[in-house]
Design a binder for this molecule. Structure first.
Ligand code: MOS
Length: 737
């Protein structure tokens, strides 16, 4: 049997259409007769709309409608806004009433024949407000917010108080804004009572459910098409107001309507990672064994939705410790609604917790990796369950070996390369593994091609390639002859691309559908005139290398599947499958783990800090698609460099306007910021999550990067940055070297 393509470096099956520009993203779809909706966003942070004067705008050329809360048709709320299939990013639909909850909230929509006409009309709509002073910082709210979530085991306060070694530090991560290359946008097309939305979404099924409920139409009358997504990072998990407005406006003007969210409004109306403030207290013995962890996290949310970042998610399970308390608090502010952003909770949470672990290592004069090894969790102490598969120790050790960690000298500023002082840091990465339910359909055609389809989507992560690899693995048909079709709600239901769970969720369904269609093919092989297997028992046959053959015989002895279909004079065979979660998921704690090692160079002569190299070792189960998998991890580390050194959304305290709402002022890591990067996969199949043992890798690469970088920066400069991002001025004020 030919070698499987699983885990090999298959080139993205959608790569060619992407690099040639043939791939159509949401607002690229050429729709006959499309008109344009330009949103008008509030210019205050809090208050009431007192008047909307559309008299001038309505008479402008090409204008079809100016919609606002006073004149638009109803949009409904979803029955249970946080459930799968009806998760809305903002539970309040746009234009529900005259209240303004945040700067940039959509208050009207100008619809016109051309984009320029709509833009011009939008600028001529006069909106009057009664402005109130917005709450823009957590310190604007005087009273202590209630604790919304609390985890406790043992007695962490007493253990902390009696511990000989203590760390007590507060860490702040700023608001971060998702900056996918493809901005949000929707084209809505009504055909009678049915609506089609060309979307950019991480979940076509969820989007369909939400649109059905908010527009008040039966679910089968809503069709979501999202073949390519120029990244989401969590910002496209659930619909935002512009999508609802496009659908509402299209129904109103009886034309297809396109609404594109400009980059500036990407900072207000489509989510962000909220700022986090985390106090971490560690109590330890003199040899570095943790006695207590007290992790208190707080994040601001909007007036509309209670979004908890959950920074303390990994705290109860990542290190071994008998006494742990973890709490979460929310503070409601007049800012846009936050939402998940790549590695939600665990990314800022591990920054704080791992920074505190490093501060403990420094205090004890221990190697930072040694402190982690002394507190290695052999089981999940929060659930008392064994891990399904954990090789974190090997991640540390392999990483240390490849990085040359043993050459690290602990003294601040003690390592040099020419004019640069080197700093080395390391950190722990972690993310939950989850597998849900999915369906899939596989088709074998007489033209010699196979097709796999599912209503999940590829958000740039490699899902097209992954599903093609699985069909190839089961049938032996080469990946080049397999068409993967995703991103369409009319296909067999599949998962949202979120929580790093899409791969683990969809591959069991694809594998089962492949086996089902093979079963159909074998049944056909034994009843078809001219088939060498006519009259045989189907159970004695198998399919491999794209051929049907006797079990045990070489595939070359058999018949290519397309020949059997031709003999039978059928165009194609098709089969579906439906699969659920991992059968033993409640008996195990399923997580992925990893270790990052980083080197920074600090040039005190010119006050320059840069990342020189990164090395990541990942224990994420079996890797299905090596190239796109590596791309996920390296990309996440790039994002971690951005988080540590560049990214911060700054709000104007007067009106809550994001001041750096553009690519020039909001810095993301670009090529010039990226050093030499390496990624190693340990590739141990997880025996619990499924046949293929793949756990998913979308988010884990970002966790643990920022703390490794602040640790390296401390090692080079002597400055411990506890409020991200690291800025040169923070180093200049306090540096030791
Ligand atoms: Mo992820 S933040 O669930 O896209």
């Amino acid at each position: 049997m030919a070698a499987s393509v699983v885990g090999t470096a298959v080139t993205r099956v959608d790569g060619r259409v992407k690099v040639t520009g043939a791939a159509r993203y949401a607002v690229d779809h050429p729709i006959e007769g499309v008109v344009y909706g330009v949103p008008i966003a509030s210019t205050i942070g809090s208050g009431k709309i007192t008047a909307i004067d559309t008299s001038v705008a309505e008479k402008m050329p090409g204008v079809l409608a100016i919609l606002h809360h006073g004149n638009c048709g109803p949009l409904f709320r979803t029955a249970s806004p946080f459930e799968q299939d009806s998760w809305m990013s903002e539970s309040r639909p746009p234009f529900e009433d005259d209240t303004v909850y945040y700067y940039g909230q959509f208050v009207a929509l100008a619809v016109a024949n051309t984009f320029e006409q709509a833009l011009d009309a939008a600028s001529h709509v006069k909106i009057s407000y009664r402005e109130e002073k917005p709450l823009t910082r957590m310190s604007d709210v005087a009273e202590q917010p209630p604790v919304r979530s609390r985890y406790a085991r043992g007695d962490a306060e007493s253990a902390y108080n009696s511990a000989p070694m203590k760390i007590d530090a507060t860490y702040i991560t700023p608001t971060e804004t998702h900056n996918p290359m493809e901005m949000h946008g929707t084209i809505a097309v009504w055909n009678g009572d049915k609506v089609t939305l060309y979307e950019t979404t991480q979940g076509v099924m969820n989007h369909q459910g939400v649109m059905s409920q908010t527009l008040g139409v039966p679910i089968e009358d809503v069709h979501i098409i999202s073949p390519f997504v120029g990244s989401g990072f969590g910002g496209k998990l659930a619909p935002w107001p512009h999508s609802l407005l496009a659908a509402m406006a299209a129904r109103r003007v009886n034309r297809p309507v396109k609404v594109s969210v400009p980059r500036s409004l990407m900072f207000t109306t489509v989510g962000h990672r909220p700022l986090t403030e985390q106090r971490v207290r560690l109590g330890a013995t003199e040899d570095g064994k943790l006695m207590a962890i007290v992790h208190e996290a707080k994040n601001p949310t909007s007036m509309i939705v209670d979004f908890m970042e959950r920074c303390t998610g990994p705290t109860p399970m990542i290190y071994s410790c008998p006494n742990v308390t973890a709490t979460e608090q929310l503070v409601k502010l007049n800012i846009g609604t936050p939402c998940p952003m790549r590695g939600p909770g665990r990314t800022p949470g591990m920054y704080a917790l791992d920074s505190a672990m490093d501060e403990l290592a420094v205090k004890l004069n221990l190697d930072p990796m040694e402190v982690r090894l002394r507190n290695y969790a052999e089981k999940d102490e929060s659930s008392n369950l064994p891990f399904s598969s954990k090789h974190l120790r090997e991640c540390y050790q392999t990483g240390a070996e490849k990085f040359g960690w043993s050459k690290r000298t602990p003294g601040v500023g003690s390592m040099r390369d020419g004019s640069e002082i080197l700093g080395w840091g390391m950190g722990t990465a972690t993310w939950d593994a989850y597998r849900g339910g999915s369906q899939a359909r596989v088709r074998l055609s007489a033209d010699g091609r196979a097709r796999v389809s599912c209503a999940t989507q590829d958000i740039g992560t490699g899902t097209y390639t992954v599903v093609a690899i699985i069909v190839s693995d089961k049938t032996g048909i080469p990946v080049e002859r397999i068409d993967a079709v995703l991103g369409d709600s009319s296909l067999p239901p599949g998962p949202t691309s979120g929580g790093s769970a899409a791969t683990a969720t969809v591959i069991p369904a694809v594998a089962a559908a492949s086996m089902n269609v093979i079963g159909e093919l074998l049944k056909l092989a034994v009843i078809t005139d001219g088939s060498p297997f006519n009259g045989a028992d189907a159970t004695t046959l198998a399919m491999s290398s794209g051929r049907v053959h006797k079990k045990g015989d070489a595939p070359e002895s058999g018949v290519p599947f397309e020949q059997l279909l031709k003999l039978r004079r059928v165009a194609a065979l098709e089969a579906e499958a439906k699969t659920g979660g991992a059968p033993d998921e409640d008996k195990y704690s399923m997580h992925s783990f990893g270790a990052h090692f980083v080197e920074v160079g600090w040039d005190p002569g010119i006050a320059r800090l840069r990342v020189r190299r990164t090395l990541t070792v990942m224990d994420a189960g079996r890797i299905i698609s090596e190239k796109s998998g590596r791309n996920q991890i390296l990309g996440a580390v790039v994002m971690g460099i951005g988080m540590a050194m560049l990214e911060e959304t700054i709000y104007d305290p007067r009106n809550a306007k994001p001041l750096n709402n553009n690519y020039a002022d909001y810095l993301v890591a670009t090529n010039a910021d990226i050093p030499e990067q390496e990624c190693i996969f340990l590739d141990y199949p997880d025996p619990v999550i499924g046949e293929y043992g793949a756990r998913g890798i979308g988010e884990i690469g970002l966790t643990g990067v920022a703390s490794a970088l602040t640790m390296a920066t401390y090692h080079a400069t002597g400055v411990r940055v506890r409020d991200l991002p690291i800025r040169i001025e923070k180093l200049m004020a306090n540096r030791a070297v």
